[in-house]
Design a binder for this molecule. Structure first.
Ligand SMILES: [Zn+2]
Length: 348
């Protein structure tokens, strides 16, 4: 064996030991300052095993834990690709605090090329939070993320895109949780400094016995400053969405005094959309609409129509409010009760 091959085999063993599955994650507390670690957190049900990839960048200086999750929906590629860039870009020797990155939370959905759902149990991971320790594989993954990834984070950022069927205007959002004013104010400040032109604030009105369903709503409920980004659409990798995600994370790390990026990009003007109206489909059928995400619509304006499989018109869709199309279904099939449009507006 040549020296080079010997070196390669040693390197391979080192890499293997570095990605060994583990059960518990201490947010990098046991790591040496200025180092990087990567591993899989593993969960199993009777039939399936899921490994949650985690990369930890521990800064040379003390500071907060900033956690980023991509790929809760495995067909939403711009966040996943942005994390591939960021993981190698953030230098621990220039970092204060710890950046935790889950580059793809729903690995089965990613490799299964599945819109919304985990093909192994047919569940939408972003509807089962806080999860169940004894549930199906998606519920166990949600439970793992709740316990090991959200808990102990100072900031939790969950990044999505328009899924394979969704046309979406890029935006950043958070919940207006009045019971945790410090964390809510931080989420608002990070939204303001993220560089996104569109910022959305949702009301937080979960009852005590209601499940949070969404990862960043669960983080909000747990008292973590939580945000979500939506950037990119229709199952493509838009380079400008990847850049937007990357730049916004850098802007937020700079705002937290955790990192000094080489370049910081900010738009000149941004808008808050604090009201949201969801238009649901009343029928199953073929959806037609000439409008694109980001378009402004007037109250009562025709937004599109739905036909049956024989081409007969079943229903017209009109705007109940004036506002901006935050997202809409961008492909022909629609199901009953599905959200056709989300219209955002300034709620005075
Ligand atoms: Zn998503």
């Amino acid at each position: 064996m040549s020296y080079f091959r010997y070196f390669l085999s040693i390197l391979f063993v080192m890499m293997l030991s570095n990605v060994l599955a583990q059960r518990h994650f201490d947010k990098g507390k046991s790591m040496k300052a200025g180092t990087v670690s990567q591993f899989l957190l593993s969960v199993k049900d009777g039939k399936h095993e899921a490994g949650l990839p985690v990369k930890v960048i521990k800064g040379i200086n003390e500071g907060p834990v900033f956690t980023i999750v991509a790929g809760i929906h495995g067909y939403e590629y711009p966040p996943i690709i942005a994390m591939q860039k960021l993981m190698n870009e953030i230098k621990p020797e220039q970092l204060s605090g710890t950046v935790v990155i889950v580059p793809v939370a729903n690995v089965a959905g990613f490799y299964g090329r599945s819109v919304f759902y985990n093909p192994e149990d047919g569940k939408n991971l972003n509807r089962v939070f806080p999860g169940r320790e004894d549930g199906s594989i998606s519920e166990r993954l949600a439970d793992l993320i709740t316990r090991e990834i959200i808990t102990g984070s100072d900031v939790f950022l969950d990044i999505h895109a328009g899924d394979g069927n969704e046309d979406l205007a890029d935006f950043i959002c958070y919940y207006d949780h009045k019971e945790t004013p410090v964390q809510t104010a931080l989420a608002r400040k990070l939204s303001d400094e993220s560089g996104f032109k569109l910022k959305v604030r949702y009301p937080f009105n979960l009852k005590a016995d209601q499940p949070s369903e969404y990862a960043f709503k669960q983080a909000t409920r747990q008292g973590v400053a939580a945000l979500s980004i939506e950037a990119g659409k229709l199952g493509n990798v838009q380079p400008e969405a990847v850049d937007m995600i990357r730049n916004s994370v850098m802007n937020m790390l700079a705002s937290m005094h955790m990192y000094k990026p080489e370049k910081q990009l900010k738009p000149e003007k941004s808008n808050w959309l604090t009201g949201q109206t969801y238009i649901k489909s009343i029928v199953k059928g073929i959806f037609y609409s000439d409008l694109k995400s980001g378009a402004l619509v007037a109250e009562g304006q025709s937004l599109g129509y739905i036909t049956d499989l024989f081409g007969n018109k079943l229903t017209e869709v009109t705007a109940p409010v004036a506002g901006l199309i935050l997202y809409k279904i961008g492909t022909p099939p629609v199901l009953e009760e599905e959200t056709l449009f989300c219209i955002g507006y300034e709620n005075r």
